[in-house]
Structure formats: C-alpha cells, structure tokens
Design a protein around this ligand. Structure first.
Ligand code: NAI
Ligand code: A1CAB
Length: 276
C-alpha cells in the first residue's frame, strides 16, 4: 500500500508521538486524520504536525486503510461498539496500542472478523526511542503486517511475537521497563548526593552514564555480562559495588518484579474481557 490513509482514535501522548515519528520519517501529514473529543488534545497534536482533525470518530475512519486505537483501555469498549458499523463496512486494519486488551475482545466489540494488530509500545516513543512488540491475528495480511511494522518503526524498534500471550511478558520487560530504569536513575542520583555531589552533578553524571551504557550495549558485539566484567577490575572499585548488589539479591528482585508485572497484565486482560 503506497499511500495509506491512517486514522488515530485518541490524540493524546502516544498518538502524538507516533504521528510525530511518521511525519519526521517523511509520511504525508495530509493522509493522517486524528479524532478526539477534547479540543485541547487536537490543538496540541496540531503543534506536532498539520494532520486532519475531527471530534467525530466515524468521520475519522470513513476513508482509513489503518485505524490506530490510542485511547485509554477503560474507554475502548464503548468507543469500538460505537465504531463497529463503520468498521464493518470496509474492514480497515486495526492497530491497538492499549495495554491489557486482547485482540479477541477488540474483535468482539467491533463486530467480528476484523484484521487486528495488537501491540505494546513504551513511552520512549515520545523521543523516537521506543521499543514495541506486535502480534497479528489470523485476518491480518502480509501487506498489513508490513504497514503496522512501518508505523511503529517510526518511533523506535518493532519486533513481532507469534503468541498474543507473550505481550504480557513484553509489558513486564519493555512496556513498564522505562519505569525501572527511571527508578535506578533516581536511586543513583540520591546516592551520589549522599556522597557529597551537588544534585545537578549527580543527575548529569547518572543520566549520561545510563545513555552511554545503553548505547555501548546496543553497539557492541559482546553480551552485557562481558561489558560489565570489562568495567570491573579485579580487586578494584566496581567489584565492591557489584558484590553488594549480588549479596542483596538484585537479580532475584528483578525476577520477582517482572513476574508481578506479567501477572498483573494477565489479570487486567481477564478483567477487561469479563466486562465485555
Ligand atoms: N503511557 C504508557 O506507558 C503506555 C501507554 N500505552 C497505551 O496507549 C494508549 C494511550 O495512552 P496515552 O496516549 O498515554 O493516553 P492519553 O490520555 O494521553 O491519550 C488518550 C486520548 O484519548 C482521548 N479520548 C478519550 N475518549 C475518547 C473517545 N471517546 N474518542 C476518541 N478519543 C478519546 C483523550 O482525550 C486523550 O487525548 C492507552 O491505551 C495506553 O494503555 C501503551 C504502552 C505504554
Ligand atoms: O502501567 C501500566 O499499566 C501501563 C502499561 C505499560 C506501561 N504503562
């Protein structure tokens, strides 16, 4: 599909990020329509790109090849039930970025037999450094998969999973993951201040170290454990810090945290479906 028309239902943070990424990559803003009942959301979006705007969801999807669902999970059911008649007329590709709503629920609310890609992006999409995992249901064609891939790649990396249930683990790693790294940054800044650094110096050193470590790990041919060993001189300073982390059970803590996150994602999907 060379020039697809894309509709966004919901013009909030994630929609603005994806639209910003698409336009930055050369996608024609006039082929994008965003719909939102709040004039403020639409006005903020228009500062990002000169897309078509409307407060009418039906109007937004009328000529769309792809519909990106970017509303909060709590309003998804009424929004889709209202859109079902329009969606059934021409069956556009549906891409949902909502956390915890299974493709079978989306399909049911839209009236059935819809091509649906469900994905889990993360907030670094706001700065085009996102990580998204995607799952396609059986109605999605190869061409539609390529289109979904192109849309999410506009804001970072995009990887496909074969089982929808893997999106719960994806949520535990990358969907919620930015929060874990922010927590580590908070802790390192506070510890730096405890050691006598100014707040500004502790913050700048922490953030640049996080960026540098991530960039090195992405660029390197060797695994992260080897990169860690290369910082850790025998009998040196890093070894003392790593020993504290290992003795305090940091790996087990991460394991427990990610299991709790995965379990909550599974639980939310059940709650959403039982509401339907
Ligand atoms: N924030 C995060 O870390 C992540 C969020 N997501 C998902 O992205 C989706 C959007 O999240 P955000 O952009 O952060 O939320 P947001 O609150 O910034 O945007 C949602 C937009 O939907 C609009 N809206 C409300 N009712 C509507 C209706 N009936 N029709 C059309 N638009 C309507 C709101 O006015 C708002 O502008 C959510 O489903 C969330 O689960 C996915 C991955 C990560
Ligand atoms: O915390 C949450 O439920 C959402 C899903 C992934 C990131 N934020």
């Amino acid at each position: 599909m060379s020039n697809p028309n894309i509709a966004f239902i919901g013009a909030g943070n994630m929609a603005s990020s994806i639209i910003g990424g698409l336009v930055a990559k050369g996608f024609d803003a006039s082929a994008i329509t965003a719909s939102d009942p709040y004039p403020e959301s639409l006005a903020n979006l228009q500062k990002v790109a000169p897309v078509n705007i409307t407060d009418n969801n039906h109007q937004a999807i009328a000529h769309a090849d792809v519909v990106v669902l970017a509303v909060k999970p709590q309003v998804m059911k009424p929004v889709l039930e209202e859109l079902a008649s329009s969606a059934q007329q021409h069956k556009p590709l549906i891409i949902s970025i909502a956390a915890g709503i299974e493709s079978s629920s989306l399909d049911k609310w839209l009236g059935g037999a819809m091509p649906i890609v469900r994905c889990m992006p993360n907030t670094p999409a706001l700065v085009q450094s996102g990580a998204t995992a995607l799952f396609a249901n059986s109605k999605v064609t190869g061409e539609q998969k390529t289109l979904a891939d192109t849309i999410l790649r506009a804001v970072g990396i995009a990887l496909w999973v074969d089982q929808e249930s893997a999106l719960d683990a994806v949520t535990a790693v990358s969907g919620s993951g930015p929060a874990y790294f922010f927590l580590v940054m908070e802790a390192m800044q506070a510890a730096g201040e405890q050691l006598g650094l100014s707040a500004d110096v502790a913050k700048q050193l922490t953030l640049q170290t996080a960026l540098g470590a991530a960039q090195m790990a992405i660029a390197s041919d060797v695994e992260t454990d080897e990169l860690r060993r290369r910082v850790t001189s025998p009998g040196g300073t890093t070894a003392e810090a790593i020993k504290v982390f290992e003795d305090e059970g940091l790996r087990q803590t991460f394991n427990r945290a990610l299991v709790a996150c995965r379990d909550r994602s599974e639980e939310l999907a059940k709650i959403m479906d039982s509401d339907s």
